[in-house]
Design a protein. Structure first.
Length: 457
């Protein structure tokens, strides 16, 4: 009964948000807010204490907004709209993860990548992890990470087994983090383009894809240059499982998704997030129908998705929703709560405004701040990009790069937690030891590129 109620509320909220984004209906915005509040009321009692604490913090901040901010109704409306948007975007991505994670074709693709010989394995897995993350998001770590752990586990030498498992897992994680720089299906792009005025996915993608290439290249270079030395003989190489043809379904799916999403953004003029929230679930429904083979099985799988699988994410949903809500409320409170001092960042050098997110967002991640929370709170405080004389899309790319680095280093993110579990170590060790040199080199390289862009533009 609980899952049915939560699933129905998520569907209700999602449909209302889609109508709001596509048609601009005020009544749809009100219904989305109603659905979100109802979801939080029902879901929160059945989540861990940390999630309840986030909800309590949100309620306290809402009370402070009412007491200190003159335009408090607009602030509360914006915060709730942000939470409803996050819930809908998450549900859209989870709907695609369902058929993809259960697809035999996608599993064969993962096996082919994970079973590559040592000389090709890191590059295959980091590019494969990048591509898988575009459709599976954190599910790519579950899929590829599980395959790499199983393949590495067949090695009888424990020293080789641990080294191989670590290198393979880092390749997958860094490939996923690179996707956060630019993917229209990632929260990093969705949130940042919504809080930075004048930004669009089509405009930020060229910068962000360059930054993603830096992630992939630096990771591969470090793995190639600093290979661990073995105390015993080298392992015997094995042939890959499958063939290059097994990559075709993944490539075709990505071409379909990105070509369609990019075309619809160009034709409609809508934000990329609005298109993703409608188009991705339609692709998921079509994929499920194709694999099911008959209407009865299709309906059974769709009901399970809506009323069992999506509600099972209630803990993650409450956390993500409240991170967005708290970020919006906190941004509105910072100005009046600074003892009457005007918080004016427009006097900062342009290069500092551009480079700061690359380092501040990962630093805040070490303190337990989810990037959704830190970006939602701090990005609105930045000076307008046009006032700085730089493209808004370049500022968005800088923020998503910092978000991606937080994903590689913060012990509180899903990526490091999953990699730590699969690598038999702690998330803190993954972020600050395994990825220490990677983070420093990537951060320095992207900072240098931002300085060059700032000088040229």
């Amino acid at each position: 009964m609980l899952d049915t109620i939560l699933g129905a509320l998520l569907l209700f909220t999602g449909v209302a948000v889609i109508f709001r984004e596509w048609l601009g209906l005020d009544v749809a915005a009100a219904l989305a807010a109603l659905g979100l509040v109802a979801f939080l009321i029902v879901a929160t009692p059945f989540t861990p204490f940390s999630r309840k604490a986030f909800v309590a913090i949100g309620l306290v901040l809402a009370g402070l907004v009412v007491g200190f901010v003159d335009d408090w109704p607009a602030v509360l409306e914006k915060a709730i709209a942000q939470g409803a948007f996050i819930a809908t975007f998450f549900a859209a991505l989870a709907s695609l993860r369902n058929p993809a994670s259960a697809s035999p074709a996608i599993e064969r693709c993962g096996q082919y990548l994970a079973s590559q010989p040592p000389g090709k394995r890191y590059l295959a897995l980091t590019i494969g992890g990048h591509l898988f993350a575009l459709i599976l998001n954190y599910g790519s770590i579950t899929l590829l990470g599980g395959l790499t752990e199983a393949i590495a586990g067949k090695e009888p030498n424990p020293e080789i087994r641990e080294i191989r498992n670590r290198r393979m897992l880092l390749a997958v994680q860094r490939g996923l983090c690179a996707s956060l720089c630019w993917s229209p299906l990632a929260f990093a792009t969705a949130i940042t383009t919504s809080v930075i005025a004048g930004a669009s996915w089509g405009g930020m993608a060229p910068y962000a894809i360059l930054f993603a290439v830096v992630f992939l290249f630096v990771g591969w270079a470090l793995d190639t240059l600093y290979k661990p030395k073995l105390s015993g003989p080298r392992p015997v190489r094995s042939k890959p499982i499958g063939s290059v043809r097994d990559l075709a379904p993944l490539v075709l799916l990505l071409v379909l998704l990105f070509a369609a999403v990019g075309t619809l953004e160009y034709l409609t003029g809508l934000a990329i997030t609005a298109i993703v929230m409608l188009f991705v679930p339609l692709v998921s429904i079509g994929w499920i129908a194709y694999e099911s083979g008959n209407q009865g099985e299709t309906m059974r799988r769709l009901k399970r998705l809506a009323f069992a699988e999506l509600p099972s994410y209630r803990s993650e949903l409450v956390l993500l929703i409240m991170a967005g809500v708290i970020g919006a409320l906190g941004a509105a409170l910072i100005q009046p709560l600074t003892a009457g001092q005007s918080l004016d960042l427009s006097g900062l050098p342009v290069w500092l405004v551009l480079v700061a997110p690359v380092w501040i967002i990962p630093l805040l991640g070490q303190l337990g701040m989810n990037p959704i929370l830190s970006v939602s709170m701090l990005a609105p405080l930045l000076p307008p990009a046009d006032a700085l004389g730089i493209p808004a899309n370049l500022l968005v790319a800088a923020i998503t790069a910092g978000w991606a680095l937080a994903g590689a280093t913060s012990p509180f993110t899903a990526t490091t937690l999953l990699i730590g579990r699969l690598g038999h170590t702690s998330a803190l060790h993954v972020g600050l030891v395994w990825n220490r040199a990677f983070t420093l080199w990537v951060g320095l390289a992207i900072s240098a590129m931002l300085l060059v862009f700032a000088a040229l533009l």
